[in-house]
Design a protein around this ligand. Structure first.
Ligand code: MG
Length: 341
């Protein structure tokens, strides 16, 4: 996927400034927050099926800039982020773009990678899944071969040719598979039948099998499923966890859903207290937002952070994958540099 960037810059009252560029296709807004000559990078990723747009993010950033401008230092980050969260409901990707840039900025000012600030051991990173879309068998076989070094596959199912897709993958590899249904099974009985069929196919877990609001059926399925069930669309923010904690075995945390690293870290700690599994995921993000999410990855069970592999003209370099294992660097902040630098 090639994306076109339309960068533009906005300047705000010192000491903070926010610059943002816009990427067409899957829309992206890139933020920069500067302090005393040091710049932190952030990103909002805006898939077309969600409600935020480049315009809504720009409008939110205008309001956020007023909050930033009354703070003299970035170090009271929690206070700043609380004030930004209170500007308006929703706008979670816009909020994440500020959260990520602030974490990056503070990490750079302290010359410390974020994973150290989160008390992580960088050897504990998980393997990322390598995503296969819904496709013709020949293309699926081809993609499995292309993802040769990755140890775990992720496959999207939608209730149409699910068994054929799994059989196609199993004709080429016996690697573990993470299944993401994206709410695609409309009926709990169909869902249970499919999960029973999947349980002997080396499947790690099933993500969001049923429509997000249908928690009665989610609970019914949870009580019967032989495979772990992970909530994605059913859980966005910290405050959602209590509502769904008895209906799933784990949660998928994405920075764009939960407003960024600060809240994602809180969600991980809460999930641990509740014995829930944690998957950290991403959208079609560049190495900026994905490297940010990866800073928390030593604390989780599973990672789905292969988003940047689909982008041919990413302007950032960040985390790397060593045979599919997330590899964090000693670079400060979220550990990214712009390719031109
Ligand atoms: Mg999902």
């Amino acid at each position: 996927m090639n994306l076109s960037y339309k960068p533009y810059t906005l300047f705000f009252k010192r000491p903070f400034k926010i610059a943002h560029g816009v990427r067409e296709s899957t829309a992206i807004v890139l933020t920069e927050i500067g302090f005393e000559g040091v710049v932190g990078y952030g990103e909002a990723c805006l898939p077309p099926y969600l409600s935020e747009t480049q315009e809504s993010v720009a409008s939110f950033l205008n309001k956020a800039s007023k909050v930033l401008a009354i703070h003299h230092y970035p170090f009271d980050m929690q206070q700043v982020l609380d004030e930004i969260d209170n500007i308006d409901l929703g706008n979670t990707a816009a909020k994440a773009a500020i959260d990520i840039a602030l974490h990056d900025l503070i990490g750079k000012l302290q010359n410390k990678p974020c994973w150290k600030s989160f008390d992580c051991n960088k050897n504990d990173t998980p393997y990322t899944t390598y995503t296969l879309g819904i496709d013709e068998p020949e293309i699926i076989r081809q993609k499995v071969i292309e993802g040769g070094v990755f140890k775990v596959l992720k496959v999207k199912l939608n209730g149409e040719s699910d068994k054929q897709i799994i059989d196609t993958i199993r004709s080429v590899t016996d690697k573990p598979i993470a299944v993401d249904v994206n709410q695609g099974w409309k009926d709990k009985f169909v869902a249970l039948d499919m999960i029973e069929w999947l349980k002997d196919k080396n499947v790690l877990f099933v993500e969001q099998p049923l429509p997000k609001a249908n928690l009665d059926d989610a609970l019914w399925l949870y009580e019967r499923s032989p495979l772990p069930l992970i909530a994605d669309e059913s859980v966005q923010r910290y405050s959602d966890i209590d509502r769904i904690k008895n209906c799933f075995h784990g949660i998928n945390i994405k920075l764009m859903k939960c407003t960024g690293l600060h809240e994602a870290h809180k969600m991980i700690r809460k999930a641990r207290e509740l014995n829930l599994k944690v998957l950290i995921g991403c959208m079609s993000e560049t190495y900026c937002a994905v490297s940010a999410a990866a800073q928390l990855s030593p604390l989780v069970d599973y990672a789905d952070l292969d988003g940047p592999l689909l982008i041919k003209n990413d302007i950032f370099k960040g985390i790397t994958f060593t045979d599919g294992k997330i590899t964090l660097s000693e670079l400060p902040g979220i550990g990214v540099v712009k390719k031109e630098d």
